[in-house]
Design a protein around this ligand. Structure first.
Ligand code: FMN
Length: 192
C-alpha cells in the first residue's frame, strides 16, 4: 500500500485536494493506497501528554501504524512561512526512530505560491535524509496553487503531467527497491 500524507491540518486544505488527485492517479495504475490527512488528528488527541519514544496513545497509534505499514510514502507538503507546517514536523517527531522512515521509499510534492513549496520540500528532504529514507529524486512543485486548483482538479496541464510521471516513476522506484529487498517492508520481513 502506498500512503499519501497530506501535510497540514488546515480545514479545506489544498494539500488534501492534491492528495485526492494523487490517490486517483495511483488507482489508475492499479496501486492500492490510503490517505493520511493530518486534519483528522483532533487537537484533544494532540494535547495528550507527550509520548515521544514511548507507546503512543491509541488514537494516535493508528496513524503511526499506517506509516510503518506502507511500502512507499508520498508526502504532500504546503509551504508555511518558508518551511513545512508545524503539525507535519510534530507528527514526524512522534514516529519511532529508526523504524518508521529507515529504508522507507519517500516522494515529495510541494505546493504554495511562486516557488510551489520548494523550501518546505527541501527542508523535508533534510529530515528524511537524516532518517535514512530512500528519497525519490523527482520532486513536483505546484506553484500558485490557489489559482491552478479548481474544483479539485489541477488546471495546469504541465503540472498534471509532471505529477503523473512522478507517481508512476515512484511506483517503479518502490518495485526496484523491493526487487532487491532493500526497502523497509522487505527488511522488516527478513527480521521477522
Ligand atoms: C500559515 C500559512 C503560511 C504560508 N506561508 C507561505 C510561504 O511561506 N510561502 C508560500 O509560497 N506560500 C505560503 N502560504 C500559502 C500556502 O502555501 C498556500 O495557501 C497553500 O494552499 C497552503 O496549503 P493548504 O491549502 O494545504 O493549507 C502560506 C499559507 C498559510 C496558511
Amino acid at each position: 500500500m502506498k500512503l499519501i500524507l497530506s501535510g497540514t491540518d488546515r480545514p479545506g486544505s489544498n494539500s488534501r485536494k492534491v492528495s485526492d488527485i494523487i490517490a486517483k492517479l495511483l488507482l489508475e495504475l492499479g496501486e492500492a493506497n490510503e490517505i493520511l490527512d493530518l486534519a483528522e488528528i483532533q487537537l484533544v488527541e494532540r494535547m495528550q501528554k507527550s509520548h515521544y519514544g514511548k507507546p503512543a496513545p491509541a488514537p494516535i497509534q493508528k496513524y503511526l501504524d499506517q506509516i510503518n505499514q506502507c511500502e512507499g510514502l508520498i508526502v504532500v507538503c504546503p509551504e508555511y512561512n518558508g518551511s513545512m507546517p508545524g503539525i507535519l514536523k510534530w507528527f514526524i517527531d512522534h514516529l519511532k526512530y529508526p523504524d518508521a522512515f529507515e529504508a522507507r521509499p519517500v516522494s515529495f510534492v510541494g505546493l504554495g505560491g511562486m516557488f510551489g513549496g520548494l523550501r518546505a520540500v527541501e527542508h523535508l528532504q533534510q529530515v528524511f535524509g537524516y532518517r535514512n529514507s530512500y528519497i525519490f529524486p523527482e520532486r513536483v512543485f505546484l506553484t500558485n496553487i490557489f489559482k491552478t486548483l479548481k474544483d479539485g482538479e489541477l488546471t495546469d496541464a504541465v503540472a498534471m503531467e509532471l505529477l503523473k510521471k512522478q507517481v508512476s516513476g515512484f511506483c517503479r522506484f518502490c518495485r526496484a527497491l523491493q526487487g532487491e529487498g532493500l526497502d523497509a517492508l522487505s527488511l522488516q520481513k527478513k527480521k521477522a
